[in-house]
Write a protein that binds this ligand. Structure first.
Ligand code: NDP
Ligand code: 2IT
Length: 450
């Protein structure tokens, strides 16, 4: 039987690759999903006849635009702007904006594709989208970032709206950028509305949105551990990244009794065997969010090891949380993690593990929570921000956090429902893919050929 499915997967992928040449990250994300979905679709022919899978991999709309702006020297700069409106079957397009020099169509399409299934898993009514630019905020002044954001939004504002498409942050887009983008949208449209999430608390933002992705990925790790009668308490945790997701994962792991021993950025990682406690994390937040410096400065301040040009996966740990970027754990690193006794991987980042690394986790029967399940807490609280904006109310920190925890538990339960293996362990990849797919697919069937 496996061979029949392999052939179907290969045939499907051959078409996706032919239609979207050179979009390698998109191919990777689609392959991971169709590998688990095709056997399910063969058992449920209504999806096959309606070509739901073929429709899912074709964005409803792709918007590509020029972003011209003036730098502080008065020189003209040109960047590319993108918004992928992937799927609106269950709600307005929803997903972040990424500003990073590596951004291209293939990366944004992989992110938008995963977002569709992730948003469905949250149980909230959100379709999937993603956007961004090859603009690099690093080394730019606040004024330059503002000029860029204003130019970017001048075009993007024609395509988004609180009932159409609601962007948020991702790599390189945090509170500062969302502020500049929101200000320009309001100015152009003369409308104060929830068109973006991740807003500041005084102007429509939600409590717990900054924390949500890191907290959610930590809650998801705890839920996975519970299936083995275990918990994060006393566990040693390796985290990559030192941005939004990494910072709040570090905070929540520490609060739940774990010890975080690593953080990283694109230059290298720090190893602090004593643990990155609340006080040291305050420093990291200042270093990264205010000073916008390098993680190597942590090692100097707290006198610990810094490894230039390396990732943290060679460190002994029980739990790994890749929270930086795509393909940041490869096959050899996954093998090293397993050899060192690591048995939990909860992905705060999107697609941080290569397909070969995932095969290692699955073979070792690790508790492996793929990004579209484990990091769905961020967009889930974005969904709660949209609800609060519609109600013109704000919920308390406790209320939003309780809802986030419940959503992460529900996502976990959905993964268990669709991903239980015959040996009793859970294949969270299959669980998340089918769990996310069913609601979107049924909605597409109900809405006809659109
Ligand atoms: P930030 O921009 O706040 O932080 C990104 C971190 O990752 C930085 O430490 C950065 O280092 C590092 N990084 C970025 N690119 C690379 C690279 N090519 N190689 C090595 N390190 C890199 O972004 P977020 O924390 O928001 O996002 C991190 C991940 O989480 C991404 O995969 C994102 O898609 C995902 N995610 C984010 C959500 C959110 O709500 N923000 C929600 C769900 C997922 P440096 O400073 O050197 O660039
Ligand atoms: O990848 C993601 O889920 C995000 N960057 C968050 C998207 C959102 O709309 O909050």
């Amino acid at each position: 039987m496996a061979n029949v499915f392999d052939q179907l997967v290969n045939d499907f992928m051959a078409k996706v690759i032919a239609k979207n040449p050179s979009e390698v990250e998109f191919h990777q994300a689609v392959h991971e999903v169709v590998e688990t979905l095709i056997p399910y679709i063969e058992e449920n022919p209504q999806y096959k006849e309606a070509k739901i899978l073929e429709r899912l991999v074709e964005p409803e709309r792709v918007i590509l635009f020029r972003v011209p702006w003036l730098d502080d020297k008065g020189e003209v700069q040109i960047n590319k702007g993108y918004r992928i409106e992937m799927n609106s079957a269950i709600g307005p397009y929803k997903g972040g904006l990424r500003f990073h020099p590596t951004v291209n169509l293939g990366i944004l399409k992989f992110l938008a594709f995963e977002q569709v299934l992730k948003n469905s898993l949250t149980t909230l009514p959100m379709g999937g989208g993603k956007g961004g630019s090859d603009f690099d905020p690093k080394g730019k002044s606040d004024n330059e970032v503002m000029k860029f954001c204003q130019s970017f939004m001048t075009e993007l504002s024609k395509h988004i709206g609180p009932n159409t498409d609601v962007p948020a942050g991702d790599i390189g887009v945090g509170g500062r950028e969302i502020g500049f983008l929101f200000g320009q949208y309001k100015r152009i449209r003369n409308e104060f509305t929830g068109v973006l999430t991740g807003k500041g608390l005084g102007w429509g933002g939600s409590l717990i949105r900054p924390e949500a992705t890191g907290y959610g990925a930590t809650y998801f790790a705890e839920e996975m551990l519970k299936t083995r009668g275990d918990s994060l308490k006393g566990k040693t945790v390796a985290i990559s990244g030192s941005g939004n997701v990494a910072q709040y994962a570090c905070e929540k792991v520490t609060q739940m009794g774990g010890k975080v021993v690593t953080l990283s950025d694109s230059s290298g990682f720090i190893y602090d065997p004593n643990g990155i406690d609340a006080e040291k994390l305050q420093y990291v937040m200042w270093l990264k969010n205010v000073k916008r410096g390098r993680i190597s400065e942590y090692a100097k301040k707290f006198d610990c090891e810094y490894h230039e040009g390396l990732r943290p996966w060679g460190v002994k740990c029980d739990v790994a949380m890749p929270n930086a970027t795509q393909n940041e754990v490869n096959e050899d690193e996954a093998k090293t993690l397993v050899a060192n006794g690591c048995f939990v991987v909860s992905e705060g980042a999107n697609m941080p593990s290569t397909p070969e690394a995932i095969a290692v986790y699955q073979e070792a029967r690790m508790l492996y929570g793929p990004g579209k399940a484990a990091n769905a807490g961020g967009v889930a609280v974005s969904g709660l921000e949209m609800s609060q904006n519609s109600l013109r109310l704000s919920w308390t920190r406790e209320e939003v956090d309780a809802r986030l925890l419940q959503i992460m538990k529900d996502i976990h339960a959905n993964c268990v429902k669709y991903g239980k293996r015959e040996d009793g362990t859970i294949d969270y990849v299959t669980g998340a893919n089918i769990g996310g797919f069913v609601k979107v697919a049924d909605s597409m069937l109900a809405q006809g050929l659109v």
